[in-house]
Design a protein around this ligand. Structure first.
Ligand code: HEM
Length: 500
């Protein structure tokens, strides 16, 4: 029997008799004129036209899931992060994994870096880890980021992706060579998200209440083992199921086959940073594990699919600036720029009150009364509380009494760090040292049977579409600076593909 207490309504509550009807002035011959009084039809059409919000300018195509982080080691000697202060402590997590350049409707097995955005809803506020599946990056000057991405996206005239632009950018900005080797290796086409690692890339800081800190890099390593597609497999699957990575992850979680990652840190004392061979604020470089071994801190398990993609994943906003006490940014200029770029993007994409959206809201008490009003404010907006600082009318007793915390102990910044700096313009320049780690990576790739050959094939399949032979020569020179044999093999393979 139909439940008469359950019925459709308009968005403001008025019951409607039928979900799919229109009110018309009928002419008796099967036609009819629409009426402005048909609120149901007008609201339905008007809302549909406004369903899309701007997709992320990068990292638009993604899969997301919920899970938990479990602390597996006592780390109190190096940091004050509350979610890591007790072995066995569990913290809820939201993870969003994306490709970078292509749009939301694109195939997710296209060769690309993959983003790894993780929101830890800790008991001292949210902490976002906005990482990639590669340990290095293409640039170290933040102003190049829009150019980098445009060169990987669509040509302004043809609206097609374009190898000429891609390689022209990288010849002109060769500091990306280390990341290029990662991208064109097997790891550029992961077989599934479950079989992929992720890395902070940037140096961050673990801080303690006394103001001391350690530099850290974070590594997220799959327990399922790293597995990748070959170029041919990735291309085939892109045609068969452009949502392959989403499907794999959704179905695994739905079937109770929960993926797990171990989370490690490399830890460096600030004194060691001063004379270290590598600039730790340059994200085109790694810290070799032989210098700074991995230290296990916890594990991540994904165990729940989103209920609704739009509200849980599309409306999620991640930012390296979302930090919990005990975690802080380093002086990496790219990271410093990112601290601005993400909240700025979220305000544009989701609106100024994006932090209130359920997927972004902290799971702890939030009292931030100097952030008021704005479009789509949908909580009590701090009622009559003073909206200006240092009020004698109603001091912020709420904060201290409810939480029992003092602001001093909560600072994410290391109080003793002093900066006396000259304001100077800076553009990084290329030196031979920039090719040392790529050369080591080429050798590491050589240890896996057939991998160097696949890397060369992957590069050639992209470089062959560069029309100018002069630009192609410049690309070969770039790879020769890593290893002469690599440059020669890439040239040979590419030119033979062009002749065929
Ligand atoms: C100057 C350098 C960079 C700038 C300006 C930048 C900017 C952005 C912007 C504007 C977005 C879209 C955010 C949104 O609409 O919500 C984004 C997304 C993202 N970026 Fe970056 N980015 C930079 C470098 C990096 C690096 C080095 C990494 C990884 C280590 C990274 C990882 C990500 C990830 C994972 C996302 C997707 C976040 C999500 O799932 O919502 N980005 N970036």
């Amino acid at each position: 029997m139909a439940d008469s207490s359950r019925y459709y309504t308009l968005a403001e509550g008025c019951p409607v008799a039928n979900s799919s009807t229109a009110i018309l002035a009928r002419n008796g011959q099967g036609g009819g004129l629409g009426l402005l009084q048909d609120t149901q039809l007008i609201e339905t059409l008007a809302h549909f036209s406004r369903e899309r919000i701007p997709e992320r300018v990068v990292h638009a195509k993604a899969v997301g899931a919920y899970g938990e982080f479990e602390a597996l080691a006592d780390c109190t000697d190096i940091m004050a992060l509350s979610f890591l202060n007790k072995i066995g402590k569990k913290t809820p997590v939201l993870l969003r994994v994306s490709t970078v350049g292509p749009e939301s409707g694109s195939a997710d097995t296209i060769r690309d870096v993959h983003g790894w955005a993780m929101k830890l809803y800790t008991d001292e506020g949210n902490l976002d880890w906005v990482f990639n599946n590669t340990p290095v990056f293409f640039i170290r000057d933040p102003i190049k980021f829009p150019s980098l991405n445009r060169s990987h996206k669509r040509h302004p005239q043809t609206h097609m992706t374009d190898s000429n632009m891609f390689w022209d950018f990288h010849v002109g900005n060769p500091e990306g060579i280390h990341e290029l080797l990662h991208l064109f290796s097997d790891r550029g086409t992961p077989k599934s998200i479950r079989h992929m690692n992720a890395y902070s890339g940037h140096t961050y800081k673990f801080t303690k209440e006394d103001g001391s800190f350690k530099y850290v890099k974070i590594h997220v390593k799959t327990q399922q083992g790293v597995e990748n597609f070959t170029r041919e497999e990735a291309i085939k699957i892109a045609g068969e199921n452009p949502d392959h990575l989403i499907k794999d992850m959704f179905e695994a979680i739905e079937n109770g086959n929960f993926p797990v990652w171990n989370v490690f840190v490399q830890v460096m004392d600030p004194i060691e940073a001063q004379n270290y061979r590598w600039n730790i604020f340059d994200m085109t470089k790694v810290w070799p594990h032989s210098d700074f071994p991995l230290r296990l801190i916890g594990k991540l398990t994904l165990n729940r699919n989103p209920q609704n993609y739009f509200t849980d994943i599309e409306q999620a906003a991640f930012s390296p600036s979302t930090m919990a006490p005990g975690f802080a940014p380093s002086a990496d200029p790219v990271l410093q720029a990112r601290l601005f770029a993400y909240p700025d993007a979220a305000r544009y994409r989701l609106g100024v009150n994006y932090q209130q959206l359920p997927t972004n809201a902290a799971k702890v008490q939030v009292y931030s009364p100097f952030q008021r009003d704005g479009a789509m404010r949908f909580d009590a907006n701090y009622g009559s509380d003073p909206n200006y600082v240092n009020s004698s009318l109603k001091p912020m007793r709420f904060y201290n009494e409810v939480n029992g915390l003092s602001a001093k102990s909560l600072s994410v910044f290391t109080e003793h760090e002093k900066w006396a700096a000259e304001i100077a313009s800076y553009t990084s320049s290329i030196a031979e040292i920039d090719f040392v780690q790529p050369a080591l990576l080429w050798d590491v790739i050589g240890k896996e049977p057939g991998h160097q050959g696949r890397l060369i094939g992957n590069l050639a399949a992209s470089i062959k579409d560069v029309l100018s032979s002069e630009l192609r020569q410049q690309v070969y020179v770039l790879f020769s600076r890593v290893n002469k044999e690599l440059g020669r093999l890439v040239a040979e393979k590419t030119e033979s593909m062009i002749e065929d």
